[in-house]
Design a protein around this ligand. Structure first.
Ligand code: NAD
Length: 480
């Protein structure tokens, strides 16, 4: 049994209450860790530490902050294997995926923002012969970062890195479902960062998260998670006039035109549907295929999905590991049942997988493809966030744009066509914050990242993140 600690004022400490919650290994369905069940007292201690550290951290200068963050990069890279195994144990994702994607991306996040801050410049606006305005950008103070379970260290560091680079001090909370790598990061940071600069408080959303969001001295909140939680956070934070960045749920369309690069589209559609058990906010869960190629695409797609191996996350040949938790597995089952009631036909998958031996209690689900659902039925409207996709034919471009946009969400879309004009037209009309054309999950960390509609408010990434984590002040100097 591993007992996790909070990281407050540079020290690894137990929760004030002495209470813990269970951390479960979803691949075996077994408790393997004790996670601090922190409350307002722990959050207050973290805020006190962050406040005390702010003055010197914010005045340290970009170059010195860069140097600190680059030490974290080195330490993450040195601990790649340990972190990847921990991420897999906590989340159920394959070790290969954590090794190739999650953990390298966590170090890239620090590297990116450590260097970005060295190039961050502000604007000047010259009023000819009258005055000059320049924009001062200063760190906000103590900021709160709250992250979800699907890409645990990847998304945790995506918030912490720009917040620290910009000169803020941080009170952060990872998901209580997957807190292990955030704890390992705190062990790393305890050796590197000055006390109080980064504080990590573990615990439940409704308790620890709530205490962070409602704390009057935490004046900005960067949150990634579900849309309902985002609503709740906005309700608390908005009347307190906190700066808010909300990265929320999605129900992303994958649009395949008959003039696509067929093999590339087919292969990528399998990845964009089922990577990380479909538990990536950017996964496409509504696949629309133009009629001329629909039957062939459907047959080939289902064939490839049937070939996906699901099982022990430690084995390289398994493309999918375990679903993150029992409640989440049950939620996926609920939606597959609902799809059947809504007239859907299961082309492949649709059931739990029962593994043998030490994994017999784990949470595994077959990659699932459903046909025959109306574009506006509940299954096609609500976020499932698992290995379940629907497949639907369409005739014309306008029609599929309507299907794609018939969602309260607007996070990401995936479009496949070799017609350049069509690519531009469709990308322009689809209402999502990100449109990938002839690719998926190709990320440049400089680009604005975020969703429209119920998928969120604000953008992360590049200058957007550094702007979010600083306050702009215009200074106007009159020329005499
Ligand atoms: P969640 O909203 O349940 O939890 C996210 C985080 O918020 C956790 O740390 C949780 O403890 C905390 N939290 C919960 N209730 C809270 C409250 N009342 N106050 C403060 N904090 C609270 O989401 P989840 O189930 O962990 O993650 C899955 C969701 O995240 C999906 O909807 C997915 O689409 C979304 N997501 C979005 C993005 C994006 O970039 N838009 C990326 C990844 C995941």
């Amino acid at each position: 049994m591993i007992t996790l600690s909070n990281y407050i004022n540079g020290k690894l400490v137990p929760p004030a209450s002495g209470n813990y919650i269970d951390g479960v290994d979803p691949s075996r369905g077994k408790v393997f860790s004790k996670v601090p069940d922190s409350d307002e007292k722990d959050v207050q201690a973290a805020v006190d530490a962050a406040k005390a550290a702010f003055e010197s951290w914010s005045n340290l200068g970009n170059e010195k902050r860069h140097d600190y963050l680059m030490k974290i990069v080195e330490a993450i890279e040195m601990n790649l294997e340990k972190l990847a195994k921990a991420e897999s144990l906590d989340n159920g994702k394959p070790v290969w995926l954590a090794t190739e994607v999650d953990i390298p991306r966590a170090s890239s996040n620090f590297k990116f923002f450590a260097t970005a801050i060295m190039h961050f410049a502000s604007e000047a606006h010259n009023m000819e012969n009258t005055a000059i305005n320049y924009t001062l950008r200063r760190p906000i103070g103590v900021v709160g970062c709250i992250s979800p379970w699907n890409l645990p260290l990847y998304l945790f560091t995506w918030k912490i890195a720009p917040a620290l680079a910009a000169g803020n001090t941080v009170v952060a909370k990872p998901s209580e479902i997957t807190p292990y790598t955030a704890f390992l990061l705190s062990e790393i940071c305890a050796e590197i960062l000055p006390p109080g600069v980064l504080n990590i408080v573990h615990g439940l959303g409704g308790k620890t998260g709530n205490a962070i969001v409602s704390h009057p001295e935490i004046t900005a909140i960067s949150f990634t998670g579900g849309t309902k939680t985002g609503e709740h956070i906005a309700r608390i934070a908005a009347p307190m006039f906190k700066k808010l960045s909300l990265e929320l749920g999605g129900k992303n369309p994958t649009v395949i035109f008959d003039d696509c690069d067929y093999e590339h589209a087919l292969k990528t559609a399998v990845r964009s549907s089922f990577t990380n058990q479909g538990e990536i906010c950017l996964c496409g869960s509504r696949i629309f295929v133009q009629k001329k190629i629909y039957e062939k695409f459907k047959t080939d797609f289902v064939q490839k999905v049937k070939e996906i191996k699901v099982g022990d996350p430690n084995h390289r040949e398994n493309y999918m590991g375990a679903i993150v938790s029992k409640p989440h597995l049950e939620k996926i089952e609920y939606y597959v049942d609902l799809a059947k009631k809504e007239g859907g036909k299961i082309l492949t998958g649709g059931k739990r997988i029962q593994l043998e031996g030490e994994f017999s209690e784990g949470y595994y689900f077959e990659p699932t493809v459903i046909e025959g659902l109306a574009f506006d039925c509940k299954t096609n409207q609500e976020e499932i966030f698992g290995p379940v996709v629907s497949i639907t034919p369409f005739d014309a471009e306008e029609e599929v744009i309507n299907y794609a946009n018939a969602s309260v969400y607007g996070l990401a879309a995936n479009v496949w066509t070799l017609d350049l004009n069509r690519a531009h037209r469709v990308a322009e009309k689809i209402k999502t914050g990100i449109v990938w054309v002839n690719c998926w999950l190709l990320r440049d960390l400089r680009t604005p990242f975020g969703g429209m509609k119920s998928s969120g408010v604000g953008r992360e990434g590049g200058w957007e993140a550094l702007k979010f984590f600083t306050e702009a002040k215009n200074v106007c100097i009159k020329l005499s």
